[in-house]
Design a protein. Structure first.
Length: 204
């Protein structure tokens, strides 16, 4: 039997790489600095809860494979995780902790799809003119859902290709994703948290 533990996540600024400062600026412009501080505190609380629930699972970590939203199949997966964890990401720090317990890291996403989504979101975040921002948002609204679906399909195939009988996969994935729709029926899915929402997300 193959099993997948589905872990819905909310991205923090540390997960956003070079887009972080621009996205922070846009958030503060829209909601104000107090909401930004409140949001950061809430994300910390959410990640503490995720960590506690995950470590409380009765898992043999040497039989666990880790799949991470936004982590490309590239041969540099562990290096990327270490870099982002060093920037303060609670998500990637937890992934590193689980690797230290014996879990195996897997590249999870198609690089070309991630690059295209990055181009779209960067255009929204960096637009200084309101008209350009509107056009960038329209482009994202048009193409974004198609990219998200293609990403979910790829992640589902990737899990199917790499998860072995007797193993447990742990998938860290944003709340907008629906990877569970694209998994084969022989993979039993469990949800660490059934619902996770955070107002004023960092997405465009």
């Amino acid at each position: 039997m193959r099993e997948l533990l589905y872990v819905p996540i909310v991205h923090s600024v540390a997960d956003m790489g070079s887009k972080a400062e621009l996205l922070k600026q846009r958030f503060v412009e829209r909601f104000g600095p107090e909401r930004w501080s409140d949001r950061r505190a809430l994300i910390e609380e959410l990640w503490q809860g995720i960590r506690e629930r995950l470590l409380a699972q009765d898992l043999r970590w040497e039989k666990v494979r880790l799949y991470q939203d936004g982590l490309p199949v590239c041969g540099r997966e562990l290096e990327i995780v270490r870099e982002v964890a060093a920037q303060g990401s609670r998500n990637y720090a937890l992934v590193l902790e689980l690797i230290g317990k014996g879990a195996r890291l897997e590249g999870t996403e198609e690089p070309a799809l991630l690059r295209r989504e990055y181009e779209l979101t960067s255009a929204v975040a960096s637009a200084n003119d309101e008209e350009f921002r509107r056009l960038a948002r329209d482009a994202y609204a048009e193409e974004g859902p198609k990219i998200l679906k293609a990403r979910d399909e790829f992640i589902g195939r990737r899990i199917d290709q790499t998860l072995r009988d007797g193993e447990v996969g742990v998938l860290f994935v944003g709340v907008l994703h629906e990877v569970d729709r694209f998994l084969p029926k022989d993979i039993q899915v469990r949800y660490l948290i059934h619902r996770l929402r955070l107002e004023g997300g960092l997405e465009p």
